[in-house]
Design a protein around this ligand. Sequence first.
Ligand code: DGL
Length: 376
Amino acid sequence: MSITIQSSSFRQFFTQKLLAAAMVSLLTGFIAVAPAYAQEKPMSTTNQQAALPRVLLLATGGTIAGSADNRGSGAYNSGAIGAQQLVSSVAGLGDLASLSAEQIASIGSQDMSDDIWRKLASRIQKAFDQGEADAVVITHGTDTMEETAFFLSLVLKTDKPVVLVGSMRPATALGADGPANIYEAVQVAVDKESKGRGVMVVMNDQIDSARGVTKTHSTSVQTMQSPNLGSEGYVDLGHVRFVKPAAQGQFLKLPEAPLPRVEIIYSHSNMDALQIEHAMADKAKGIVLAGMGDGNTSKAALAALEKAAAQGIVVVRSTRVSKGYVNRNVEVDDSKSGFIASMDLNPQKARVLTQLLIANGVTDPQKVQEAFLNGH
Ligand code: DGL
C-alpha cells in the first residue's frame, strides 16, 4: 500500500506520527497477546504452599479411579487407583491448594452404602470442626454421585465447600476426563464464592448443586446436569463463574441407628399392586413412586399406596420422567390419600430425603411435604 505525501514539512510530521502510532500499537498488541505462559506464576515455595487453602481429598473409587482391563475395548475396573496417585496424576494442583488425600473406599459407586455415607459425613464434619481443611473434594463414581451429594448436603453442618467429582472415562482411556475434572473441582473448592453454597458436583466444566444434579447419560462426559434447577456455574482451567445466588439448604441430623428402609417402585403400563404389597411386607417405612408423568400410576397401585399411607408408611409421588416438578393434587388427591408430592426431586433423591426425615421422626405427611418444598 503506498501513501502520497502532499508537502515536505507535512510529510515529515505525518511520518513521525505514523511511526509513533505504529510503535504504540505494536507494543500494546504484544502485551495484549502475550501468551499466558509469559505471565506464568512462579512455582509455589513452602511459604506460599502454607498460605494456600487446605483441601482434603477423600477417594471412594469410581471410574475416575478406574483402570482398563483386558476384557476388551472400553472395559475397566472402577476404583483401581488410590487417592494419592489420583492427586499426583494432576499437574498444577499444588499451585491451587495444599492437598491431603485419604482413601475412604475403593468401589464402583453402584455399591455405595449407608456405611460409606456415614464414614464420609463424619470424616468431613471432623475435618471442618477441627479446622483441618478449608474445603473437601470427594472423588466418586457417577452412578450414585447425586445421591451421595444430596445426602451430604442434608447432614453436614458447615458453610465450607464440599465438591464431588467423577469421570466418565477411566484414567487409562483416550481422552480421560478425570484429571481435568479433579483440577476444576479443586478450583471450585478453593474459590471464595463457593463458601455457603453447600455440596456441589463439578464435572466437565460445569458446577451443579447437590439438590439439582442428576446423571442424564450412560456414557457421555457431559452426563451430570440439573434439568429442573439449572447449573450453579461454570469453570474452565482459569476461571470459576457462578451464575446463580446460593440456594438455602436444610439440615437433618444423621442418627446412629441404621437408615430406615425406603423402597422406590417404578410405575409402568398394566401396573398392579404386587410390588407395593411386597414393600409393605418387607416392612418399608417409606415408599417412593417413580410414577408416569406428573407422578401418576394405575388405580390398583394407587389403592395399595393409600393402604400403605393409612398404615403410617410415608408415601411420596415422584416421576420416572427426567424433567419437571411433581405437583400436589393434580391427577391424584394427595390431601385425601395422605401422599407427598416430590416437587423437583427425582425418585432416588426423594428416597434420600424421606429416609432422613423418617430417621428424624418426621412422618406426618404435612411436615414431610414442607421439607420437600424446602422453601421453594
Ligand atoms: N461403576 C460406575 C460408578 O462407579 C461407573 C460410572 C462412573 O464412575 O463414572 O459409578
